[in-house]
Design a protein around this ligand. Structure first.
Ligand code: GLA
Length: 383
């Protein structure tokens, strides 16, 4: 009798095992940082990365919580005779260790990019067959974050391919956030919680409010793809609706603000993708809005949900610690709209963009006129 109970306990434990989150202790809140791809593509160099690290500090972004400076594709050119990955010697003449040391000297962390296939999406060498060698090298250079792409994977099994790099990163002995980038094609939210700290859920974002390309998506398309995945996110394992386009030319200021607010409601990684060295004050104010960032970084780790859908207008809700919540009123249309949500007669709200307290409201409804493509974002306060 006792033996059968023990057997049941063991079976139960192993049945649950794949559901457990990756236990590397990292990304307890969604990672925050900057990545080179959205703005610079393959035009990466140590000069660019150093400049971005400097700007992250001088702009106030580091103080607002941003940490990782991530070099995306194109830093690597070939493998040497021993199979070691070789950074572009012209663009990174001082070497990756020196660059990582510089980023670390600013109190920031250093991120890198590779691919689970034989080549990256820009046809630089991928990590297939070199996973442990690459992870050891990254650790020796001082890498703290790895974005791992899915181009040129041929017939590779996706789960096995990502699990092997997870194991290689663990074996390297250095804590490295593992950011999976297989674009949501194999529903990673269903199986990746014990493999990656975050996984992309969609094709590549582009700086457009509402548009679809062959591989690219606008902000609205990504939000719609991400909306139903809320139950899969949590501390250490996040849905990743891709990096921010805040401040890039295809979005208006209003749209950039909405994009940032939506990403905060979605508990998304906040990885800036603009030129931090030259951003105007109004873009800096968006990226460093500490009240909005606090919603994203809330320790409960709940991804917000679409709470009301009226077609052109929506209300989003995100539960926060302290038994409170944030609401986001979204106007997808081309004309201003009044949007309302019941918050309770005994409640006030804090407008997270105007930075002011409002209410209480006689009938318990908070109402706001919301600009086209705009949002109003509030946190509910006790009276
Ligand atoms: C893929 C990824 C992008 C970027 C590029 C680099 O498209 O989804 O985020 O990393 O590759 O080539």
């Amino acid at each position: 009798m006792k033996k059968s109970i023990l057997l049941l306990v063991v079976i139960f434990f192993f049945a649950l095992a794949p559901m457990r989150a990756l236990d590397n202790g990292l990304a307890k809140t969604p990672p925050m940082g900057w990545n080179s791809w959205n703005k610079f593509g393959c035009n990466v160099s140590e000069k660019l990365i150093r400049g971005m690290a400097d700007a992250m500090v001088s702009s106030g972004m580091k103080d607002a919580g941003y940490q990782y400076i991530v070099i995306d594709d194109c830093w690597q050119v070939r493998r040497d005779a021993n199979g070691n990955i070789v950074p572009d010697p012209e663009r990174f003449p001082s070497g990756m260790k020196a660059l990582a040391d510089y980023v670390h000297s600013k109190g920031l962390k250093f991120g890198f990019y590779s691919d689970a296939g034989t080549g990256t999406c820009q046809d630089r060498p991928g990590s297939r067959g070199h996973e442990f060698q690459d992870a050891r090298q990254y650790a020796a250079w001082g890498v703290d974050y790895l974005k791992y792409d899915w181009c040129n994977h041929s017939t590779q099994n996706v789960q096995a391919s990502y699990a092997i790099m997870r194991d290689a990163l663990k074996a390297s002995g250095r804590p490295i956030v593992f950011s999976m980038c297989e674009w949501g094609v194999d529903d990673p939210w269903k199986w990746a919680a014990d493999i990656g700290n975050l996984w992309r859920t969609t094709g590549d974002i582009t700086d457009c409010w509402n548009c679809t390309g062959v591989y690219t998506r606008g902000v609205m398309q990504i939000v719609d793809q991400e909306a139903d995945l809320w139950s899969f996110a949590g501390p250490g394992h996040w849905n990743d609706p891709d990096m921010l386009e805040v401040g890039n030319p295809g979005l208006s200021l209003e749209e950039s603000r909405s994009h940032f607010s939506l990403w905060a409601m979605l508990a998304a990684p906040l990885i800036a993708g603009n030129d931090l060295r030259s951003m105007p004050a109004d873009i800096r104010e968006i990226l460093t809005n500490k009240e909005v960032i606090a919603v994203d970084q809330d320790a409960l780790g709940h991804q917000g949900q679409r709470y009301r859908d009226y077609g052109d207008t929506e209300v989003w809700r995100k539960e926060l610690t302290g038994k409170t919540e944030a609401y986001l009123l979204l106007n997808r249309s081309e004309s201003p709209k009044e949007i309302s949500v019941y918050v309770g007669k005994d409640k006030r709200v804090r407008d997270l963009w105007k930075h002011e307290d409002l209410g209480p409201f006689d009938d318990g409804f908070f109402r706001a006129r919301v600009a086209p493509h705009g949002v109003v974002m509030v946190k509910v306060l006790s009276r």
